[in-house]
Every structure is written in structure tokens, then in C-alpha cells.
Write a protein that binds this ligand. Structure first.
Ligand code: AMP
Length: 113
């Protein structure tokens, strides 16, 4: 049984505030925003984390990045934004389904960690 929360958001059994969807990816607002705009972009295929990206599944990651310019513009992020990926325990990844955080809507602090 798949108890992945993002897989459940993708299949609609858990609600989300959708921003963008196509056959390969979904973007939705984070429930605990850490910036005025905080959106998550996920592949519909369950990939646990950045450490599991391979030649075979990397196309969806490229697809996400080709959609980010339009998604961010639709969110009003015309002056820049930050893309964050947390990977594994040391990276404080809490949901084990690959996702990219889009943060913006203000000038973010300059710290990476
Ligand atoms: P990470 O810590 O990088 O794994 O990020 C997981 C993110 O998922 C956190 O920012 C959470 O606030 C967010 N999150 C967890 N559950 C949900 C949910 N049901 N809907 C939207 N965002 C969620």
C-alpha cells in the first residue's frame, strides 16, 4: 500500500490547492508556507528523492524545470524566486516524494543553510 502523501495529493484522495497540472507533474501550494508564495512541484511518478534520479527517470525533472518559468509568472513572481530541494535525512526531507519548493513573493534571505 502506498502511504505517500504526495501520491495521495496526485490521485486526489488528499485535497490540495493546485497551481498547475499536466500529465507528468503537479504544482500546489505548500500547507505551511515559508514565504508569501510557497509552491511545491512534484512528478506524478513516485521518485523518492533527488538521490534516486537516474538517466531513466530524469526527463520528468527536466520537464519540471521547463515549466517553472510559466508557473512562477502565473504566481506573480516576476522579480525572481528560489528553488529548493531537500534530500534525505541530513537535507531535512520530510516527504519522501521528490519535490521542488518554489519560494518567493519577497526578497528572501541570503542564507542557504
Ligand atoms: P520537505 O521538508 O522538503 O520534504 O518538504 C515537504 C513540504 O511538504 C513541507 O514544506 C510541508 O509543509 C509540505 N506538505 C506536507 N503535507 C502537505 C500537504 N498535504 N499539502 C501541501 N503541502 C504539504
Amino acid at each position: 500500500m502506498n502511504d505517500c502523501i504526495f501520491c495521495k495529493i496526485i490521485d486526489g484522495s488528499i485535497p490540495s490547492k493546485k497551481v498547475y497540472e499536466d500529465e507528468k507533474i503537479l504544482a500546489f501550494h505548500d500547507v505551511q508556507p515559508q514565504a508569501p508564495v510557497h509552491v511545491l512541484i512534484v512528478p506524478k511518478e513516485h521518485i523518492c528523492c533527488a538521490d534516486a534520479i537516474t538517466e531513466d527517470n530524469a526527463a520528468v525533472v527536466a520537464h519540471i524545470f521547463t515549466k517553472i518559468p510559466a508557473i512562477t509568472k502565473s504566481l506573480g513572481l516576476t522579480n525572481g524566486y528560489r528553488i529548493v530541494n531537500n534530500c534525505g535525512d541530513d537535507g531535512c526531507q520530510s516527504v519522501k516524494h521528490l519535490h521542488f519548493h518554489i519560494l518567493g513573493g519577497t526578497q528572501l534571505n541570503g542564507q542557504m543553510a
